[in-house]
Design a protein around this ligand. Structure first.
Ligand code: TV7
Ligand code: CA
Ligand code: ZN
Length: 395
């Protein structure tokens, strides 16, 4: 031992390929792969790489992707470019490309970008499957909206579904938890007819007024009599402005019994950072430590754990949250004052950017605070409603 090393209680692996950072969705698009560069820099400046196994991951192959995605859709992704998109009008419409919203643009390098983040999740899952890691992390993944043959909500390939398919090779049951502010519809849909994957998403829900419009509390998987997946989709729809105390209470009250009763062999936690206060798209009031509370809570159950990223549209706070959560995994306490030598330090400096701290309040003086439209009595009823599904499980 060199004095820096200490016994590891968990073997943590970090799966990443820096090439993902170089991709751009286009001017003014809120998804910025560059936030991953900021995240990695924070992690390195705190020295967390000495406490993990660092892997440079490869792109997923077409055969690996075809375990979930349609070949025809994959061929389209491989061929489409900003210039030929118009000629491919028919296919583009079918696969939910371009269009008015431009949520999923055909940007240069998109196919490489999507294969890189997918490759990292697959590699991370393989490490867990082999028992080489207890916790595997891919902050470039977590793209939970992509369908079998459909791009949606900034997601082209569903790395989460692909990773879960690997975990199912050795685990009878896999639990998927999603704390992104958006509903994890793509993962839910992929496993709606099996009881071997339980999906649990916490999100803002406002019907058609908030993307993707699904995830009501009564949406629990098709209720056909012979569908084994019925009751194995759980949704926790929330209003704007939920605070730290309410979210921690809710997360514990629901996730606790779910883990205990479902007894999964492995857990995948999507850590979308758009549920933080001050996010450009989300409207919750969560601080970084509360977001991390969910990671710590799940980690403490001691099951093989895959952590993936997801949304997060205020890059400096995405980097803070995912750095903090990386530290939680390796069991390190980080000092609040950011290291002097962190590159891009100015992105974290100044009153509006968190004053050079790792844990600034994300709702300073009410500036970024959203009105809290959740009340405790309603949340209590919501917990009861979500948990009724558990009474229908057998075994
Ligand atoms: C996992 N919100 C993904 C979340 C995906 C959200 C949406 C935008 C958006 C797109 C842009 C853009 C934007 C400022 C924000 C119905 C619409 C309404 C777009 C103008 N600026 C995740 C997807 C969501 C694209 N989509 O869960 C290019 O916001 O609400 C919608 C769809 C039609 C399109 N308009 C919004 O976090 C990673 N899109 C700027 C440029
Ligand atoms: Ca969610
Ligand atoms: Zn999101």
């Amino acid at each position: 031992a060199n004095g820096i090393e200490r016994p590891r209680d968990y073997v943590v692996s970090f799966h990443y390929n820096a090439k993902v950072e170089e991709h751009h969705f286009g001017r003014s698009h809120p998804m910025k792969p560059w936030r991953l560069q900021l995240t990695k820099q924070l992690i390195l400046s705190y020295g967390l790489e000495y406490a993990m196994d660092m892997y440079k991951t490869r792109m997923a192959t077409s055969d690996e992707l075809a375990l979930f995605h349609d070949r025809e859709y994959l061929d389209f992704l491989a061929e489409v470019t900003p210039t030929n998109l118009l000629e491919k009008e028919k296919a583009a419409g079918k696969f939910n490309f371009g269009g008015e919203s431009n949520d999923c643009p055909a940007f240069d390098g998109m196919w490489d970008y999507a294969r890189l983040y997918s490759g990292a999740s697959i590699h991370a899952a393989e490490r867990l499957v082999n028992g080489q890691s207890d916790i595997a992390i891919n902050w470039s993944g977590g793209l939970h909206h992509a369908g079998k043959s459909r791009a949606s909500g900034f997601c082209y390939l569903n790395d989460i579904v692909l990773a879960i398919l690997h975990l199912l090779k050795v685990h009878q049951r896999v639990l998927y938890i999603d704390i992104d502010v958006h509903h994890g519809d793509g993962v839910q849909d992929a496993f709606h007819s099996t009881d071997r994957v339980l999906t649990l998403s916490y999100h803002k829900y406002a019907g058609n007024d908030f993307f993707p419009g699904t995830g009501g509390v009564d949406e629990n998987g098709p209720a056909e009599p012979d569908n084994p997946g019925a009751r194995y989709s759980l949704n926790v729809p929330l209003e704007d402005g939920i605070d730290d105390e309410q979210y921690e209470w809710l997360f514990e009250m629901i996730t606790g019994p779910v883990i205990e009763q479902y007894n999964p062999g492995a857990i995948v936690l999507q850590c979308g950072a758009d549920s933080l206060g001050g996010d450009r798209l989300g409207k919750f009031n969560l601080n970084i430590r509360t977001h991390g509370f969910c990671v710590e809570f799940v980690k403490k159950t001691g099951r093989p754990l895959l952590l993936v990223g997801g949304g997060g549209y205020t890059p400096r706070n995405v980097a803070r949250a995912w750095c903090h959560e990386t530290a939680l995994c390796v069991g390190a306490d980080l000092i609040d004052e950011l290291p002097m030598h962190v590159p891009y330090r100015q992105a974290f400096e100044g009153e509006a950017n968190g004053d050079g701290k790792l844990y600034p309040s994300l709702h300073n003086n009410g500036v970024n605070r959203h009105v809290n439209r959740n009340n405790n009595a309603e949340l209590k009823k919501l917990v009861a409603k979500v948990l009724t599904n558990l009474r229908y499980w057998k075994g």
